[in-house]
Design a protein around this ligand. Structure first.
Ligand code: GLU
Length: 472
């Protein structure tokens, strides 16, 4: 860990209380990109001091989501629970320096104070009764009460910062009370740990959600009291659902890994997140290299960004088309395995991917399209009645005989096409009169990409087997 401030250092500091959600992923992406853009370092820090709410599963889910998005940290993961010794050390230093003090107020006293303030229609706040001041006599510490430690926040003046996203923000110190930095059991509190970590880790730019704006003045005052450098802060506006309400499960997937499960490519999700509140002219589609080269905090909108599933789907379709067939083949096999399709050795999934990738929007749609290539379909009785007429079955048998004559090694779309045309000519049929029944027999549906290519990919043996059983 280095306290050097010469290099840009950002961090993503999730609390492991759930999966990595879309908002968190965008914060991570922007922090990562900012560090990359400036040749800096990106730190991952797990803020797990809230033992009751933090879980190892959530830690794993965060790592998994970040790995999937390839947002690899240069440093960390650090765990706050492994740094408790350090927080205790700094608390002792602050007590010794007089920038923090013990407060012996009991819960009952605090409740009574709050009730009085509320009765007077005042904002509930600590009244500073244990705050040491020159010339002030403090009460005698009661026996048997474990004190909390409070930060001696400046009483007057203002604390402000030039927010990298929202512009100048300031608070009156009088609005901030002497908040607790260590509880009676000695455990440090949230704002305190963040400050010690940002200091120790040499964080220069804190990019985080704007739900933290109210913590920032407290953190800045703490940093100043410690004589630590104050990082720059940029608070990202929240992400709203398509209906304008705060993004939630109700709007569909909010966990990053749910998008993986739903058949999205990480590059589509990243590209989508990059545009969620940030822009580079009218550019919609760009790689992460391009994003890193362009990224700055000046083009982040201060207003909330609205989630748009249609646009994400559009980007996903774009990246699917660009995607390497072998990679798609791997995704097809993985997804079919999830559905219990074990044997995907043949036909070659990469050829299926090439056939369908222009037509689908998700990997799941691609896997669905590939399914009948591995598991013979069962067309519905309606489809059969409609398309597998006696005439169609006779034409299919005719076609089968012609396909039989093609050497397996020469079973190409061209050879199949020639057999199809010969059958049409012999039977006086038009292409749909043969191609549609053939699709129903081979894939269980009347539509598909070019039928000669479908037949070639399915292979001679399997095509003949399916035609043979068609009338049954
Ligand atoms: N742990 C905080 C959260 O998950 C973030 C703290 C920060 O970025 O300063 O919301």
């Amino acid at each position: 860990m280095s306290a050097s401030t010469s290099v840009v250092k950002t961090r993503f500091a999730p609390s492991p209380t759930g999966y990595l959600h879309i908002g968190g992923a965008r914060t991570a992406l922007f922090s990562w990109a900012y560090a990359r853009r400036h040749g800096g370092r990106f730190v991952l820090r797990i803020e797990d001091t809230d033992i009751a709410r933090s879980t190892p599963d959530a830690v794993r889910a965060i790592f998994e989501g970040m790995r999937w998005l390839r947002l690899d940290p240069d440093e960390g993961p650090y765990f706050q629970t492994q740094r408790l010794w350090r927080y205790k050390e700094v608390i002792q230093q602050m007590l010794a320096a007089g920038t923090a003090y013990y407060c012996y107020m009991s819960k009952e006293e605090l409740d009574a104070l709050r009730a009085e303030q509320e009765a007077r229609k005042e904002k509930p706040r600590y009244d500073g009764r244990w705050r040491p001041e020159p010339g002030k006599t403090l009460p005698t510490p009661p026996s048997g009460v474990q004190p909390v430690v409070r930060f001696k926040n400046p009483k007057t003046g203002k604390v402000g910062w030039q927010d990298l996203v929202k512009g100048w923000i300031e608070f009156d110190n009088a609005e901030l009370d002497d908040f607790v930095i260590a509880r009676a059991d000695g455990t440090p509190t949230y704002n305190f740990c963040v400050v010690v970590d940002d200091w120790d880790m040499g964080i220069t730019h804190v990019i985080r959600g704007d739900d933290h704006v109210n913590n920032t003045p407290r953190q800045i005052n703490l940093l100043r009291a410690l004589g630590a450098p104050v990082p720059a802060y940029g608070h990202l506006s929240m992400i709203l659902g398509p209906d304008g309400a705060k993004l939630s499960k109700r709007h569909g997937a909010v966990s990053v890994m749910q998008y993986e499960e739903d058949g999205y490519l990480p590059e589509a999700v990243l590209n989508y997140l990059a545009r969620l509140g940030w822009s580079h002219g009218d550019d919609e589609i760009f790689s992460m290299e391009q994003f890193v080269a362009w990224f700055d905090l000046d083009h982040i909108t201060a207003s909330a960004a609205q989630f748009n599933t249609e646009k994400l789907l559009w980007l996903n379709a774009h990246y699917l088309k660009q995607c390497d067939d072998e990679r798609l083949a791997h995704e097809i096999r993985r997804r079919l395995a999830r559905e219990g399709v074990i044997d995907t050795a043949r036909p070659d999934a990469a050829r299926i991917a090439a056939l369908y990738k222009e037509r689908v929007k998700t990997l799941n749609e691609l896997a669905d399209a590939a399914h009948p290539f591995y598991v013979p379909p069962h067309p519905s009785p309606e489809l059969k009645a409609q398309h597998l007429t006696a005439e169609a079955l006779a034409a299919l048998n005719d076609l089968a005989q012609r396909l039989q004559c093609i050497e397996a090694s020469e079973f190409s779309p061209e050879a199949v096409s020639a057999a199809l045309k010969a059958t049409l000519a012999a039977r006086g049929l038009k292409m749909p009169q043969l191609a549609i029944p053939l699709r129903v027999v081979l894939l269980g549906q009347p539509q598909s990409p070019a039928i000669d290519r479908i037949v070639a990919v399915l292979g001679k043996e399997e095509t003949l087997r399916r035609i043979e059983t068609a009338g049954q």
